[in-house]
Design a protein around this ligand. Structure first.
Ligand code: MC0
Length: 137
């Protein structure tokens, strides 16, 4: 099952400007920056509060015009793009959700932030929310 909220993903056009904004306005701390070419993103993890228990906002900027984030920005503008949940085993969690009628985007997990293994539930099956499953490294 789902263990906790891992992060909330927010699509942004300019990653550096968004990092500065979340730090200055909300007092969040940038704890990780990574480029993920397979996902077409440059992303930053912004920790909420002083300890990891506070969770993270993940800022997502597009690497290419064809990427999922570029498409999202074109269609919807900046804003919440996904809600991600931590799971112990992404394949087990994906199988359980498939059994409940959800379409998973990938047959096999792909690589996410910091060596995690990830999959997604199609937003059309989850009430308009792109749901990500994250098995941390
Ligand atoms: C699209 N739709 C969304 C949505 N994206 N609804 C809610 N949240 C989103 N993020 C809606 C569209 O408005 C459309 O609705 C319908 O879904 C189908 O759209 P589509 O044109 O068929 O599909 P696309 O091309 O927009 O793709 C959507 C899809 C794609 C979710 C399949 O974005 C995708 O593959 N996402 C998974 C990968 C990803 O998001 N990577 C970036 C984060 P209507 O009503 O108009 O039909 S990388 C990441 O998250 C990693 C680094 C990590 O955390 O570790």
């Amino acid at each position: 099952g789902l263990l906790r909220i891992d992060h909330v993903g927010v699509a942004v056009a300019d990653l550096d400007a968004a990092i500065e904004f979340y730090a200055r306005v909300f007092g969040m701390t940038c704890v990780h920056i990574e480029e993920n070419p397979e996902q077409g993103v440059r992303e930053a993890m912004m920790r909420v509060g002083p300890t990891p228990e506070g969770g993270c906002v993940q800022l997502l900027a597009p690497l290419t015009p064809e990427s999922a984030i570029a498409k999202f920005l074109d269609r919807s503008g900046p804003g919440v793009q996904q809600v991600a949940y931590t799971v112990r085993d992404v394949e087990v969690a994906a199988a359980a959700l498939r059994e409940r009628g959800m379409r998973l985007l990938y047959d096999a997990p792909r690589r996410g932030t910091a060596g995690s293994r990830i999959n997604f539930v199609h937003p059309k099956d989850a009430g308009g929310v792109l749901v990500e499953l994250v098995e941390p490294a």
